[in-house]
Design a protein around this ligand. Sequence first.
Ligand SMILES: Cc1ncc(COP(=O)(O)OP(=O)(O)O)c(N)n1
Ligand code: TZP
Ligand code: MG
Length: 559
Amino acid sequence: MASTESLLLCCPFDYGGARVSQVAPCFGRSLRFPIWNSVHINTDSNPKNYRLRVKVQMQSNMMMKPNSDNKIPHVLTVAGSDSGGGAGIQADLKACAARRVYCSTVVTAVTAQNTVGVQGVNIVPEDFVAEQLQSVLSDMHVDVVKTGMLPSLNIVKVLCQNLRKFPVKALVVDPVMKSTSGDVLAGPSVLTGFLEELLPMTDIVTPNIKEASVLLGGVPLKSVSDMRTAAKLIHDLGPRNVLVKGGDLPDSSDAIDVFFDGEEFYELCSPRVNTRNTHGTGCTLASCISAELAKGSSMLSAVKTAKHFIEVALDYSRDMAMGNGAQGPFDHFLELKNINQSSSRQTRFNPNDLLLYAVTDSTMNRKWGRSIAEAVKAAVEGGATIVQLREKDAETRDFLDAAKVCLEICRSYGVPLLINDRLDVALACDADGVHVGQSDMPARLARTLLGPEKIIGVSCKTPEQAHQAWIDGADYIGCGGVYPTNTKANNRTIGLDGLKEVCQVSRLPVVAIGGIGLSNARAVMEIGEPNLKGVAVVSTLFDRECILTETRNLHALVS
Ligand SMILES: Cc1ncc(COP(=O)(O)OP(=O)(O)O)c(N)n1
Ligand SMILES: Cc1ncsc1CCOP(=O)(O)O
Ligand SMILES: [Mg+2]
């Protein structure tokens, strides 16, 4: 059995698709929770019973990092305490810690609560809420204030006074009115405070469909179309952005949230996770949005990251057993995996990185007598903006060694490095992500195994595949082959029309691939689809004498 600092993994292990069940000592039960640091592969004689021994260390990646102004990103949560630890202040603290942001707390109420329901509420007098606000805001630099349970009108007023006195970068309002168990946490008088004072100061408000209905005087919300209307009407109440959460919408296999920024609507869609452990999702989502804003993200990107974090956390915790009630808490700390603080990629995926996507090929490198690392170095020096190691015939160990060297090179240029097909190699070397095709590891599983931060690209030839890639949590689509190519055998060509069709339905950024070179790259980039972000090329860079020159030439053409 595993000790407190090591986990024993016993799994049928297949390099194309690692299936993992893991004994997690902290919970004393099985949990899917990919925490990788170092992996010792002990190949015994029975290939079905390979054993991976995984040592887990608390890593420096759990530390907070200062923003460009040299200040630690800081969220102040103004919310109620949940004695059960699943929601409220406790969820906010865990969410911010998981997103590596400092979190201070102003407690507005103390609830006696568990997985069954709310047994009691003790409201903190408004003077003492004011005292807590004064203590924090007068002393510490706070980037974002996030509100949860605001149980009295006077508390709302005290909060608004303090926000006027101590302005912050953003105000995130989770208009908590009922607990997950249905108990009332804020009565109708509070609504007046929301409508008259708080919402006009708010940067984003995150109601679920019941809360959206209350904010709008009781109109029922039954469809995504109703959610869009509600988002618009709530926006008219003053907040700059609105996220109406559709998790409770009946008859939907996906969790669809509607985001409205005053100009555009976005339907943010993720698969519904089948679990009882959803207590605290609203608090966590708002806290994650706050944390990302505190780190400097744009609003839409903060919302997307937060939504993805929730999806992955719910998925990891779907079987967790805590309490006897109908709704359990989930585990926020899914991210204790090995990211070396000093050298890891620090920002989330930037679609503009797809501009000039260099994909390596071992046959071409052999032909020209160079190592993978030499080829990668020349490509990034020439201006490649992202690199994929596509080493179809490499031995695992050689591939891993080469990947580590290439990762160092790419990191020193700030260029993301992805691994083609091989999640095991990507995990083992802590690459920035993977690219998978339609017959490789499904993107959804890749997301579960790699966690929310890694980049996942999926090959798509059709609009249906593009839609699925979005649902599965991919970051971008590789679309092709656009033109005929000798690099990938038996690969159907879709032409510029096929590329256009995929771009038009894709909610993800797209990179075109297949037969692209100096003669046609401009035509590809000029198809006029805003989400086509770049070209991915193999032979045009790597089946040439001078990779550096070819990359420079292509870079000049596409930028
Ligand atoms: C950027 C990019 N797009 C598409 C592919 C093709 O991936 P896949 O369909 O899995 O085929 P293989 O590369 O594995 O042969 C890609 N590699 N990169
Ligand atoms: C990997 C891949 N996927 C679709 S086409 C292709 C090969 C692209 O290679 P090239 O740029 O040499 O045509
Ligand atoms: Mg593949």
